[in-house]
Write a protein that binds this ligand. Structure first.
Ligand code: GDP
Ligand code: MG
Length: 213
């Protein structure tokens, strides 16, 4: 179940992420998407799952993606270029599942994400972030349904692994893997990560590079 990545791929990925990384643009609607010039990998997850922290850990830059304790309510797609000239692009998708979200905001999120997933030819993979303490929640199943429906291949990534004991991490990893086995577009292996401790970060970089390869 735990996956081993080719050391050469891991090293190539380390180098790719060590180079220039920059914020490209923010798209509040599909009219503002950047041109489809390079392959993309999108990051999805519930608000507060640790998405911004993970983007920062991957790129080794503290302030690249904003991190905070307050669940973000901005419904935007944020694009980051990796490499100069850009070799690939990371897409920070709007968080979902925050409490007291007004219905029209949820609806807007659903249309924006669904249209993006269905229309983005350069989108190679999505990474769906799951909090190690909570496992897959119903709102995560909704985004997985959208990904399966749009035939966008995706991987599940556990976040905040440092917050649970090793035994609990093994258990949630197993449980998560068991659930995605039935999903057509999901990769069978789960990557446990910690943005604080660095667990799984080299592997996640490798998974990104593999997808945009
Ligand atoms: N212990 C721990 N805390 C984390 C980790 N990743 C994120 N956090 C914390 O979780 C909160 C939400 O993180 P953030 O990256 O803003 O989540 P986002 O809403 O998904 O972008 C912040 O207080 C982070 O410091 C992690 O790997 N370990
Ligand atoms: Mg964030």
């Amino acid at each position: 179940m735990s996956e081993t990545f080719d050391p050469e791929l891991v090293e190539a990925a380390r180098k790719a992420f060590a180079g220039p990384v920059g914020f490209l643009k923010s798209a509040p609607s599909l009219n503002f998407l950047p041109d489809m010039t390079v392959p993309e990998v999108a990051f999805a997850g519930r608000s507060n799952v640790g998405k911004s922290s993970l983007l920062n850990a991957l790129t080794n830059r503290n302030g690249l993606a904003r991190t905070s304790n307050t669940p973000g309510r901005t419904q935007e797609l944020n694009f980051f270029d990796v490499g100069d000239p850009p070799r690939f692009r990371l897409v920070d998708m709007p968080g979902y599942g925050f409490a007291e979200a007004p219905k029209d905001l949820v609806k807007k999120w659903r249309f924006l994400v669904n249209d993006f997933l269905r229309g983005r030819a350069v989108l190679k993979r999505a990474l769906v972030l799951i909090d190690s303490r909570h496992g897959i929640k119903p709102v995560d199943r909704e985004i997985m349904d959208m990904l399966d429906g749009a035939a966008v291949s995706y991987r599940l990534v556990l976040t905040k692994a440092d917050k649970v004991k090793a035994s609990a991490l093994a258990e949630v990893t197993e449980r998560t893997a068991a659930e995605v086995r039935t999903r057509p577009a999901a990769h069978p292996d789960i990557i446990p990560t910690s943005s604080e401790g660095g667990l799984g970060i080299p592997e996640l970089r490798a998974a990104v590079l593999e997808a945009v390869g």
